[in-house]
Design a protein around this ligand. Structure first.
Ligand SMILES: N[C@@H](CCC(=O)N[C@@H](CS)C(=O)NCC(=O)O)C(=O)O
Length: 363
């Protein structure tokens, strides 16, 4: 049976899975997630209208980009390198960057799309949902369909007063990544790893493809645009295995310091909220959002929804750290302190979480 990816070009997490499937040389067909596909395939199989969804070679339906990729990875039969770096520090960094791509870069990705390219995005949603309709009807359909998505930017923290902070943080990130990709083909060096697939979701589906953000990237950060094009369209060139010295490229450090500074304080606070909620609701599945909390970006204070799901991604980083031998753990802790990520060393872990549809529940 052929592997089928249900998703769309406009979708963040479909971009992550599509790039991985190409890089891992897994043959697949992509089926556009039209209204019929949502109704006939996705909702019955998954219980929620979400993409990407993948039907694997055994007919098994998988949902969630991380689950999809991690289910397919051990079954690969090609001769390429493995997705996760084999050495401890690089694997730590790769998992941190996957979480950053999935859970934090959603802020600029949603901001640029819905602040600058709203009508374009509505038309894209309509074209996805009803590919055979006229452009006019597609726009009308998209306008209805995209309402919850169009609110995502402000819910995630890109409120009007935070726009300068969101744009400054993203433009600086672009400059840092551009300097990195001037020297290295992928985030950790010669080969793409899960770090690259984490970042390609926002950086391809939104920030490269959307008109305003795409122009910004091509003009200001041509090396980032080149990395996006190679990783998404022709990732075969990013399969030269990493050496085994476990070094992190110097040029990646500014990006990691940014991750530590911007995302980790918010994640610690999410953890406090989730712990309190779980203590009050033993055994229950968490809601997708637990109200909102304050966060800081570029010295400005904003407000964003508390997403328990983010902690499932952080749990993966913590599992890796906790599984290291004493020597590697010491090296990892020193590295985390050096980049200002000490919050990961003694993170206030909630009880163990299992991924459940679009949220989490006690494992
Ligand atoms: N963590 C999930 C997130 C999937 C996701 O947010 N997909 C978006 C499109 S890129 C969606 O369909 N969202 C529907 C919703 O949030 O209700 C993954 O990694 O696949």
């Amino acid at each position: 049976m052929t592997t089928t990816l249900y998703g769309a070009e406009v979708s963040y997490f479909t971009g992550k899975v599509r790039a991985y499937l190409r890089w891992a040389a897994i043959p697949f067909e992509e089926v556009l997630s039209t209204a019929d596909v949502y109704r006939q395939v996705i909702v019955p199989a998954v219980g929620a209208p979400v993409i990407p969804v993948l039907r694997d070679g055994n007919g098994r339906i998988l949902q969630d980009s991380t689950v999809i990729i991690e289910t397919l990875e051990p079954a690969r039969t090609d001769d390429g390198p493995t997705l996760h770096p084999a050495t401890p520090l690089r694997k730590l960094v790769a998992l941190m960057l996957e979480a950053y791509g999935d859970e934090w870069l959603v802020i600029p990705a949603m901001h640029y799309r819905w602040f600058y390219d709203r009508d374009w995005a509505m038309a894209e949603f309509g074209a996805m949902n009803a590919p055979d309709e006229s452009a006019e009807n597609q726009l009308a359909i998209g306008q209805k369909l995209a309402v919850p998505f169009s609110k995502a930017a402000t819910l995630l923290g890109a409120t009007e007063d935070m726009v300068p902070a969101v744009e400054t943080a993203y433009e600086n990130l672009l400059a840092e990544l551009d300097a990195h990709f001037a020297e290295h083909p992928a985030l950790l060096g010669s080969q793409a790893t899960i770090a690259d697939f984490g970042l390609i979701g926002p950086l391809y589906a939104h920030l490269y493809r959307d008109p305003t953000a795409g122009k910004l990237m091509r003009e200001r950060a041509p090396n980032v645009a080149r990395w996006v094009e190679q990783l998404h369209f022709e990732p075969g060139g990013l399969r030269a295995p990493l050496d085994d010295n476990d070094r992190i490229p110097e040029t990646l450090l500014p990006v990691l310091k940014r991750l530590a500074r911007e995302m980790l304080p918010a994640m610690v606070d999410v953890a406090h909220h989730v712990r309190a909620w779980m203590a009050e609701h033993p055994g229950e599945t968490l809601p997708r959002a637990l109200g909102s909390h304050a966060f800081t970006l570029e010295g400005r204070e904003g407000s964003r929804i508390i997403r328990p799901y983010s902690l499932w991604m952080i749990q993966r980083v913590r599992d890796h750290l906790n599984g290291l031998d004493a020597d590697s753990r010491r090296r990892a802790d020193t590295f985390l302190r050096d980049i200002g990520a000490e919050a990961l060393i003694d993170f206030p872990d909630p009880p163990r979480l299992a991924q459940h549809k679009l949220t989490v529940r006690p494992a």
